[in-house]
Design a protein around this ligand. Structure first.
Ligand SMILES: [Zn+2]
Length: 378
């Protein structure tokens, strides 16, 4: 397809008035006045498809609920401008995690037509400390144990893109070295670890921080802990920009402290996303969504979000003070890199034709996955 007369965000750098040609699901030419018949897009904004590396589900379904649930979830995502995800999964016991991974891996290998693509899994647990659980069920936790890891992963290790673990657990450095050597992004999560512990794990290959400031000790000036090390060190930090999980002053602080290429917008969306207020289940844990805010029924702790990634993009643009171009990369180029993808997250020749047309207020108008329009605003 030849898209004529777009304002495309080229290669993660700048908007340019160009035509964009896609063939066989790949971007093959970009330039002014390309020859051939095409669709006149009227100067509309064209962005790479948004990529969410930390999302648990939507529409009452979770990525841990098996292949047909994963297919239903990804069919519903293109209306939010999302063209690829890493499915966040957890669960209690090796067998449950293995079953969840199998469902995610099936859709990764055989993508759902008309849906967002599954890049693989983001294992949030079970190797987590019990001090900052958030919505993680206590009975799902496990000490770091390679035999348990092999049992839960089985033949699906290729499907794992990210692993969130607590740096203070015994064995965290060895597991980090093992995973990072396999190209899996290792992330610090749900933790009360010290600055020194996190910095030591950076040397072992831990490069990512799961929802910075949420489910971790707060920043203290004499004991900077995980958030202090995450801001000061060479880490990419996830942010939940829903206006609830993080104050806008924190978004401004992070924007000033970090290289924008080290900020990764995520949703941490749960089953209640895209649904009316009500009661939902996250594995064995009940949570209640009220006014779009998900909280655990028992403790009142925030239980993931009901955030959509396009809304996160708009919120970050509105309140953080970061440049528009930088915020776009935070939801495209950066998550692609964190998921180990080199041919996604930017508009360039040779990259996959995963594209979204947006209006001037950054609401999605049309979503394209591998060169095919999968959703259009009516
Ligand atoms: Zn999560």
């Amino acid at each position: 397809m030849l898209y004529k007369n777009t304002r495309a965000f080229i290669n993660g750098e700048a908007f340019e008035a160009v035509d964009v040609l896609t063939e066989n699901g790949v971007i093959t030419n970009i330039g002014p006045d390309l020859c051939g018949d095409g669709r006149d897009m009227g100067g509309m904004l064209l962005l790479p498809g948004l990529i969410d590396v930390h999302t648990h589900g939507r529409m009452g379904l979770g990525y841990s609920d098996g292949e047909s649930a994963v297919r239903a979830i990804v069919r519903d995502l293109p209306k939010t401008g999302v063209t690829a995800v890493c499915a966040a999964i957890g669960g209690a016991g090796a067998a449950a995690i293995h079953a969840a991974l199998a469902g995610v891996d099936a859709v990764r290998k055989s993508p759902e037509a008309g849906g967002a693509q599954v890049l693989g899994a983001h294992l949030e647990g079970p190797f987590l400390a019990d001090t900052n659980l958030g919505a993680i069920a206590r009975d799902s936790l496990h000490s770091i144990d390679m035999a348990f890891y092999r049992e839960m992963v089985g033949k699906h290790e290729d499907a794992i893109r990210l692993v969130s673990l607590s740096p203070e657990l015994p064995g965290a450095a060895a597991l980090t070295e093992y995973l990072s050597a396999r190209g899996i992004t290792v992330s610090a999560a749900h933790s009360s670890c010290t600055y020194e512990t996190l910095m030591a794990l950076r040397n072992a290959g831990l490069t990512h921080i799961t929802h910075l400031f949420n489910a971790m000790v707060p920043l203290h000036h004499r004991a900077p802990g995980l958030p202090g090390a995450a801001l000061a060190g060479d880490f990419t930090v996830e942010l939940i920009c829903d206006g609830v999980h993080l104050h806008q002053g924190i978004l401004q602080l992070v924007s000033k402290a970090k290289d924008p290429k080290q900020i990764c917008l995520i949703t941490d969306a749960t089953q209640g996303t895209g649904m009316p207020d009500g009661e939902y289940a996250l594995g064995s844990t009940a949570f209640i969504v009220k006014n779009g805010i998900a909280r655990m029924k028992e403790t009142g702790a925030l239980a993931g979000s009901t955030l959509e990634l396009d809304a996160a993009l708009r919120h970050m643009m509105a309140v953080s003070g970061a440049k528009t171009e930088d915020v776009i990369n935070m939801a495209t180029l950066v998550p692609a890199r964190e998921a180990g993808q080199t041919d996604r997250g930017r508009i360039a020749c040779g990259c996959r034709a995963d594209l979204v047309f947006f209006d001037e207020a950054f609401f999605p108008i049309e979503t394209i996955v591998q060169g095919e329009t999968v959703w259009q605003k009516h």
